[in-house]
Ligand binder design. Sequence first.
Ligand SMILES: Nc1ncnc2c1ncn2[C@@H]1O[C@H](COP(=O)(O)OP(=O)(O)O)[C@@H](O)[C@H]1O
Ligand SMILES: [Mg+2]
Length: 299
Amino acid sequence: MRIGILRPYEVEFNPGDILDLKNAIERRGHRPVDIYIDALEVQIETGSVRVSHAVGREVPQDVRVPGAILRHLGISRDFEQLLYRVWAARALEVCGVYVMNPVTRWLIAGDKMAALIELSRAGLPVPPTVVTENMFAGYRAVSKFRRAVIKQLRGAMGYGVFLVDDPDVAFHIFSMFANINKPIYVQKFLEKGAGDYRVVVVGGRALGAVYRRAAIWKTNVAQGAVPEPARLTPQLEELATRAVEVLGLDYGGVDIAETRDGYYILEVNPTMSWQGFKAATGINPADHIMDYLLEKLRK
Ligand SMILES: Nc1ncnc2c1ncn2[C@@H]1O[C@H](COP(=O)(O)OP(=O)(O)O)[C@@H](O)[C@H]1O
Ligand SMILES: [Mg+2]
């Protein structure tokens, strides 16, 4: 079988994960196929949707794979470009390709606001958060939280996530956000000690946990945190699997902070990079993701 790996042509994000996936596909006797989201052509007619693939002037080939792993849709600065890429992936699904994670689920999980709403609705513990376009509301939120973490709705690897404890400094930043039509995402800073947990869930099952120990408050491996193997307690397991289930994901990396008041889900990464997890635990999520995809395709 040919199994697609869906991502942008322009930049290879996290090449180690792509290599792990390709190896996992080959070890199972199948063939990995590059599907570049920015190389697709979607043809829509009455009763038919077709998707073909060509980089530049290449001869377009129909995309013929039963399944594909969605890894990245690139960094879009244009609203329509992001939407186009989401719906191009959706067109693949309509053509019968099982996209893992399904693209609309990927879209929601990767959006810090949308995901938090769903997790909160399901009764899962999330940090108190205010999202608004009103800089006065942002000011009030920072005053209330005292220490606040400011984030982008879509972001990764800790980039652009910053801490503020002075509402007036925050107000300046929020007024600049307002000038560029950027929403304001303010979250209460959680006292989580020296790190937090990352639990990897595939096919409804938690594979393991690492503790991401950091010298600073950000625990992204990309920001220098070192993952250590951690015990997957029943509580961590339950929280992580529920979070992934609530968001409708086939796999995900769940970040969980432990505070004096208990655990909080910081986020669920629908296309997490697993190099740190793999090194710390010896578990290769790519193998589990591929087994789960093949199981889905057999049904
Ligand atoms: N509310 C918070 N309180 C304390 N630390 C936080 C909070 N939110 C995020 N962090 C820290 O910042 C890091 C990056 O934030 P996160 O929301 O995970 O964004 P990203 O998508 O960039 O990883 C987290 O891994 C965590 O260590
Ligand atoms: Mg994170």
